[in-house]
Design a binder for this molecule. Structure first.
Ligand SMILES: Nc1ncnc2c1ncn2[C@@H]1O[C@H](COP(=O)(O)OP(=O)(O)O)[C@@H](O)[C@H]1O
Ligand SMILES: Nc1ncnc2c1ncn2[C@H]1C[C@H](O)[C@@H](COP(=O)(O)OP(=O)(O)O)O1
Ligand SMILES: [Mg+2]
Length: 208
C-alpha cells in the first residue's frame, strides 16, 4: 500500500477568479506533447506546465521528496497523484499572478482519477488534446531524445515500462474524456508542422 501523501493546503481562489481555459495534453512518452506545447505557447501565449518538468525540478532541488520521485520515474511508474497535483496547482498560481491567458497541462492526467481530482479541486478542463502515436514510433523518438535529454527515464528498459504504464493507466483517460465529448484525438505520427496545423484548427476556435 503506497504511503498516503499529505496534501498541502493551497488556496486556489485566484485560479478560479482568473477562470482561463485549461487544456489537458495527453499522449504516450515521446508522442510530441512538449514539442507541440512549445509551438502552441509561441502562437497563443498560453502557460505551458509539464508535469514531468515540474517533477524533474523537484528532483533537482535535492529535497528528500525529490529522491523518492526520481526512483519512481526511473521505474517508469506514476508518482502519487497528490504530489503532482499540488506541484501543478502551485505552478498555476504563479502563472495566474503574471496574468495567464490559459493553461496547457502537459503530461497530466496520466490516470482517470487524476483528471477527476483536478477538475473537482480546480475547475473542469476545456479540452483534452490526445497525440496518438504507434508504440514503435514512441520508442524510436524516446531513444533519439535520450541522446541529448540526459533524462533518467529515457533508456530502453525504462521506456518499455513507461509504455506499459501508459497503456494500463493512461489510455483509459482517452475514453473517459471522449465520453464527455471533450477529447480531440490527433494523429501525431507525421511531421511537427503538419501536426501543429491540425492543433491550430482546434485551438483557433477557443483562442481568437
Ligand atoms: N512529429 C515528430 N516527428 C518526429 N520527432 C518528433 C516529433 N515530435 C517530437 N519529436 C521528437 O520526439 C522526442 C519526444 O518529443 P517530446 O515533445 O519530448 O514528446 P513528449 O513530451 O510527449 O515525451 C523529442 O526528441 C522530439 O524532438
Ligand atoms: N501526471 C503524472 N502523474 C504521475 N506521474 C507523472 C505524471 N507526469 C509525469 N509523471 C512521471 C512519470 C513519467 O514517466 C515521468 C516523465 O513525465 P514526462 O516528462 O511528462 O514524460 P514524457 O514527456 O516523456 O511523456 O514523470
Ligand atoms: Mg514531455
Amino acid at each position: 500500500m503506497a504511503p498516503t501523501v499529505e496534501r498541502k493546503q493551497i488556496d486556489i481562489t485566484p485560479l478560479k477568479k482568473a477562470n482561463v481555459p485549461i487544456i489537458f495534453i495527453v499522449g504516450g512518452p515521446g508522442s510530441g506533447k512538449g514539442t507541440q506545447c512549445e509551438r502552441i505557447v509561441k502562437k497563443y501565449g498560453l502557460s505551458h506546465l509539464s508535469s514531468g518538468d515540474l517533477l524533474r525540478d523537484e528532483v533537482k532541488s535535492g529535497s528528500a521528496r525529490g529522491g523518492q520521485l526520481t526512483k519512481i520515474m526511473e521505474a517508469g511508474e506514476l508518482v502519487p497523484l497528490e504530489v503532482v497535483l499540488d506541484l501543478i496547482k502551485e505552478a498555476m498560481l504563479k502563472e495566474v499572478a503574471k496574468g495567464s491567458k490559459g493553461f496547457l497541462i502537459d503530461g497530466y492526467p496520466r490516470e482517470v482519477k487524476q483528471g477527476d481530482q483536478f477538475e473537482a479541486e480546480i475547475m473542469p478542463s476545456r479540452l483534452v488534446l490526445y497525440f496518438e502515436v504507434a508504440e514503435e514510433t514512441l520508442v524510436k523518438r524516446c531513444l533519439k531524445r535520450a541522446e541529448t535529454s540526459g533524462r533518467v527515464d529515457d533508456n530502453a528498459e525504462t521506456i518499455k515500462k513507461r509504455l506499459k504504464t501508459f497503456m494500463q493507466s493512461t489510455t483509459p483517460v482517452v475514453d473517459h474524456y471522449a465520453k464527455k465529448g471533450k477529447l480531440v484525438k490527433i494523429d501525431a505520427e507525421g511531421g511537427v508542422d503538419e501536426i501543429f496545423g491540425v492543433v491550430q484548427q482546434h485551438l483557433d476556435k477557443i483562442f481568437k
